[in-house]
Design a protein around this ligand. Structure first.
Ligand SMILES: *Cc1c(COP(=O)(O)O)cnc(C)c1O
Length: 402
């Protein structure tokens, strides 16, 4: 039974908010570290971080102070003027990824839209054609706006909204021949997530990614890597592609980039930075404003101060070993996949939604992905104790289902 307070928020939300989400019956109010608290004071261990956003964990003092200070100075200027936080945020992002130029957006899907425009413009400037094609992956997820949806590989997300952006072909992720069968002289870009998130936590195969990079080099195709979920330290490197020894021509990032504030970015390598979008081609009212850039700056500063990437690298073997042990101990768990603090556990027979609901009732927030994967995206500050507690609850919940 929900408390009266909880039920009232749920009822008023469903009364007023368009029903596009089946929400869990929980009303969160505050958080500290890896723990969330609801309006009734019940605590939850959080292995979802607001879908991979709250990388620093809840209540990081330096981050919170930076935002409060910025509110008192200035929130917004528009992009018609300069402000101090913009170059510092961009410099930190560029240093992390060794690419050339940044465009800040308000969300992940907008970052993907920008990346698509930049890739098309690059090709247009090269050959003057306007019938270019993009190859995207089955099971991919790139966002909900029309352009991003057009390159999202889940048919039932796309079907009600056809006709979408034209010139998109789909290939099988981790199957290079499938990509080769779609390439022609109109192909301007290949877009993929370095680690597929929503689709079920599938890391790119190293050989596959190398071959795709090689193909893009040979044919001057723009390689767009979507790092919105797997980037910003989650993989144990700043960006997951850095674990592969390949480099994208354009990268998208968002989610953890602002640590809770809505911000994304598409980042261009030299080739596309020199020849793609110019004044008049693209814009945004809010994108990269003083407030969100204060957040981006604080996120990068805290990553450095706490050596969060070092922490993820050091703690990943423990997380993986514990999950592997869990999988071994349960008939209904068939595999673990993932990279760093982005992990998926494959379930058979028991509906994954039921497991997620039961975990939440037992005070553990986890996510699902694909149709049969328990998805774990803990804040990057999570340590061995939190991992032990997570395993303990997950083990109990799954045992009860069996
Ligand atoms: C979440 C996500 C997006 C979309 O980001 P929004 O901020 O929700 O628009 C795009 N690509 C990937 C890989 C994502 O995980």
């Amino acid at each position: 039974m929900n408390s009266q307070e909880t039920q009232s928020v749920i009822d008023r939300t469903e009364e007023s908010i368009l029903f596009t989400y089946r929400r869990f019956p929980v009303v969160f109010r505050s958080g500290k570290g890896v723990t969330l608290k609801d309006v009734d004071g019940k605590e939850y261990l959080d292995f979802g971080s607001g879908i991979g956003v709250y990388a620093l964990g809840y209540g990081n003092e330096a981050y919170n102070k930076a935002l409060k200070d910025q509110i008192d100075l200035l929130m917004h200027t528009s992009n018609l003027f300069y402000h101090e936080n913009l170059p510092s945020a961009a410099e930190k992002l560029l240093k992390a990824c060794s690419l050339s130029k940044v465009f800040f957006t308000n969300s992940g899907t907008e970052a993907v839209e920008g990346a698509i425009k930049a890739a098309r413009k690059y090709a247009y400037l090269k050959d003057g054609r306007n019938d270019h094609e993009i190859i995207a992956m089955e099971k991919s997820f790139h966002g909900r706006s029309i352009g991003s949806l057009s390159v999202t590989g889940t048919k039932h997300y796309r079907d009600p909204f056809e006709p979408l952006m034209g010139g998109v072909k789909f290939a099988q992720f981790n199957d290079f021949d499938s990509i080769m069968s779609q390439v022609n002289d109109r192909t301007c870009a290949i877009i993929l997530e370095t680690v597929q998130g929503e689709g079920g936590i599938y890391p790119a195969d190293p050989e596959f990614l190398k071959k795709v990079r090689q193909l893009c080099d040979e044919k001057d195709i723009v390689l767009i890597l979507d790092e919105i979920q797997c980037g910003m330290g989650r993989s144990g490197s700043w960006f997951a592609w850095q674990n592969y020894g390949v480099k994208p021509d354009i990268m998208t990032t968002a989610k953890a980039l602002g640590g809770g504030v809505p911000v994304g970015a598409f980042v261009l390598g030299e080739k596309c930075a020199e020849s793609s979008l110019v004044p008049g081609d693209h814009g945004t009212t809010y994108g990269g404003n003083p407030f969100v850039c204060a957040a981006v700056n604080a996120v990068f500063d805290e990553f450095e101060k706490q050596d969060l990437i070092g922490h993820v690298k050091k703690t990943t073997p423990y997380l993986e070993a514990k999950l592997d042990e869990l999988v071994k101990g349960h008939e209904c768990l068939t595999a673990r996949r993932g990279m760093g603090f982005m992990q998926g556990v494959v379930v058979k027979e028991i509906p994954v939604g039921k497991i997620v609901s039961a975990c939440i009732e037992n005070g553990l927030v986890v996510l699902s992905a694909g149709s049969d994967v328990i998805r774990l995206l803990p804040p990057l500050v999570a340590g061995e104790n939190e991992i032990d507690d997570m395993i303990c609850i997950l083990d109990k919940v799954i045992t009860e289902f069996e």
